[in-house]
Design a protein around this ligand. Sequence first.
Ligand code: ADP
Ligand code: MG
Length: 354
Amino acid sequence: MSITIQNVSKTFGTFKALQNINLKVASGSLTALLGPSGSGKTTLLRIVAGLESVDEESGGEIHFDGSAVTANPVNQRQVGFVFQHYALFRHMTVFENIAFGLKVKPRKERLSKEEIKDRVFELLKLIQLEQLADRFPSQLSGGQRQRVALARALAVQPKVLLLDEPFGALDAQVRTELRRWLRHLHDTIHVTSLFVTHDQEEALEVADSIVVMNKGEIEQVGAPNEVFQNPATEFVMKFLGDVNVFHGRIHDDRGVFTDEHKGGDENVRLLVRPHDLDIRLSPGEGVSLPAKVYRVLIIGPLVKVELLNSQNQLIQVQISHETYQMTPVKADQQVYLVPKSSRVYGDGAVDYAI
Ligand code: ADP
Ligand code: MG
């Protein structure tokens, strides 16, 4: 089931939570809505679900497989939900929680008791919790509860699955396990899913496609690799990872570091990711930016070096442990940074890259 979002705007009072959103979610995909808190992710998800209406004057529409569902209330859209906060029924067992949506169907649509039992056990198998059918939610870990919430959402065979920060309340290790698990589950069932997260790593790891949102607007849509390697805006580049900002100028239609070329026309900012800087002990040919090592953090196979330039601006560099062993720098040491790649953004869009 594909989802098309067309010219959707949403205003709360005078506040524009969404501004003219246009998006196509491919059938069977797992798409992440990624953005900082308050960027409109939940509002967009609620509009897709039919829990929130679009601004009438915007003429916005939601289509499922090409048919408008804009006027359909939530109970006619066949969507499944999983929220951050466990919404399991506390007085019901795992089995009863998953069976709930099937049992409350109108009599003529309802499956027999046996069929419901089979469906629930099929889902328990899918979420790998067959042994826990008789437990109550309070007897489960946070991760197990979210798996049950997912099974409950899937029980009624929704056309679309909507997940709003489903792992947001869990600790880091469980989150990582569950995102792998969700990816695997999605590869098994292929239900079109929209997954809201403010965690860029989660989006990059789980999704087929990432929609980066900022202040009620879409900044970029693309495959994880695409948005990471070719961020369309400065906002996307900064949101998807650490970035160093250097002063520069435009010279010969190219962004150059001020240290490299003092002339040139327009002042610009050159954005460089920490892993796109090499550390040298002496100034070499081409661009090499002097800096002093502030501190060195060794984090397993990665080494993060923090440095200060002549303006006392903090610069972050990330190198492999192997590279660090070949050039082991230490605090207060004078070094030279060689940028391997940088980007310049003009009025929001990428203009130059080296
Ligand atoms: P996100 O999920 O990305 O954190 P939301 O979609 O929840 O963002 O909210 C986007 C903006 O809209 C926020 O500034 C929020 O305060 C505002 N907002 C959301 N729902 C309402 C509401 N029902 N009434 C007023 N403002 C709202
Ligand atoms: Mg939200």
